[in-house]
Design a protein around this ligand. Structure first.
Ligand code: UD1
Length: 422
């Protein structure tokens, strides 16, 4: 019988000032891709600083369904064994649980000449097309067919080429990169996504024997090699988790230290928080931040990295609900991603949305209410906003938060927030 999971509600009371320190876990958006990259070569891999989150379990289930073995061998350590003869297929039940599963397409195709992957559906952010993933792989020589909700890509051998992405899509960059490492000849990806997690993936691939240059910039050059070998690797810290605790500080006030946070991966976020009145000190192994009574409102606009990440947007909206003044938040990456705003309005927030803009008029205090988490970041943002509300807030469907945050409640409570499962 499966063990019961944690209760699906998070109860939050008025909190602050926060104090103490919290250790930042490995990045969800990196580890999932590193796990996918183990499709590229047989053997045993060890990943360290792996967050204990359900999306990692989901990717482990996907790799296991193909015939790999994935086990937690120590705290924060994942050992993956890729045996000969895995089945290069990603079934619907698993892709539907986690859309990031699509990143197995490139590595499976490169290693096995064939990959069959269920088509991901839309989600709360709006449609999630994979046309750019497909086009990049076609340019490398793959042929696609689709039937019964699956796409199948085949290629006798991939051949290096120039790929100009229409938009710096994170997933499309990663799929093209992981396919190109085993292609014949040189591939250049232009207008590539520049996220730190892509640089982490390239470092992992290079350690495996790939020849990737320029990852982290918008032009990535890949010299194809004949074969790769398994390696050990430590996952880059999660800038979005770090951003979440800074948002909590912004709402509740206080002084906290984020151990392991990499300030250089979140420059624009830190710049905005400084504009809002937070004091930020960058240290060799983390960040210390101080926030007084009430932040000042600012306008923010999401953009591909190094612009403000779309994942930060719910945190800004949460902070602005109780900041001093009016702030306009503009979403430029995903068409949806505003549903949690209705939940914040139920907590008394003054927010008007128009197209991809949200106008947030700060109030002195929100009012605790039962609300629902619709996705990972929106769920975390509701908890953050609730720290500044009068009375208790109950955030239901908190399992969304567990997809991307390790010990979220425990970590926040460790900083002095009044937060618990219930
Ligand atoms: C990744 C992150 C997610 C983050 C997002 C943008 C993971 C697991 N997820 O998602 O947290 O919010 O980057 O920083 O790493 N698009 C197309 N066609 C495509 C691919 C994308 O139109 O083939 C569009 C998307 O609909 C979206 C935009 O491009 O509007 C950006 O998407 P993308 O960068 O690909 O995001 P993901 O890789 O899915």
């Amino acid at each position: 019988m499966p063990l019961p999971g944690p209760p699906d509600r998070i109860l939050v009371g008025p909190s602050g000032p926060l104090g103490g320190q919290v250790t930042i876990s490995g990045a969800k958006n990196s580890v999932l891709k590193l796990m996918a990259a183990t499709c590229l070569a047989e053997g045993t891999y060890v990943l360290r600083n792996v967050p204990d989150i359900t999306d990692v379990t989901c990717m482990a289930d996907l790799l296991a369904s193909m015939g790999m073995t994935v086990a937690r061998t120590a705290p924060g350590e994942l050992t993956l064994v890729h045996p000969p003869g895995i089945v290069p297929e990603a079934p619907y039940e698993l892709v539907e649980r986690m859309r990031a599963s699509i990143v197995v397409l490139g590595p499976l195709l490169a290693r096995y000449g064939r990959a069959r992957v269920a088509l991901p559906g839309g989600d709360d952010f709006g449609p999630r097309p994979i046309d750019m993933h497909q086009r990049g792989l076609e340019q490398l020589g793959a042929v696609f067919t689709s039937a019964h909700g699956y796409i199948e890509a085949t290629a006798e051998h991939l051949v290096g080429t120039s790929i100009l992405l229409e938009f710096p899509s994170v997933g499309a960059t990663e799929n093209a990169l992981m396919a190109a490492v085993l292609a014949r000849g040189t591939t250049v990806i232009d207008n590539a996504a520049r996220e730190p997690e892509i640089a982490d993936l390239a470092a992992f691939l290079n350690r495996m024997g790939a020849r990737v240059a320029g990852a982290g910039s918008s032009t990535i050059t890949i010299e194809g090699v004949d074969a790769l070998a398994p390696v050990e690797h430590t996952v880059v810290p999660d800038r979005i988790e770090a951003a979440t605790f800074l948002a909590a500080l912004g709402v509740a006030g206080g002084a906290i230290r984020l151990v392991g946070a990499r300030a250089e991966h979140m420059d624009m976020y830190l710049q905005k928080l400084t504009e809002m009145g937070m004091g930020i000190t960058v240290e060799p192994d983390g960040i210390t931040a101080v926030a007084g009574q009430r932040l000042r409102s600012v306008d923010v606009s999401t953009l591909p990295y190094p612009g403000l990440a779309t994942d930060y947007k719910p945190f800004f909206v949460a902070m602005l609900t109780t900041a001093d003044g009016v702030g306009i938040v503009t979403e430029n990456i995903f068409s949806g991603r505003f549903r949690y705003i209705d939940e914040l309005v139920r907590m008394g927030a003054d927010i008007r949305t128009e197209g991809h803009h949200a106008v947030v008029r700060g109030r002195a205090r929100l009012s605790g209410a039962p609300v629902r988490a619709h996705d990972i970041r929106a769920g975390a943002a509701l908890v953050v906003a609730a720290l500044g509300a009068e009375g208790e807030t109950a955030v239901s469907d908190a399992d969304h938060i567990d997809r991307g945050y390790e010990q979220f409640v425990e970590k926040l409570a460790g900083l002095g927030a009044d937060v618990r499962r219930g």
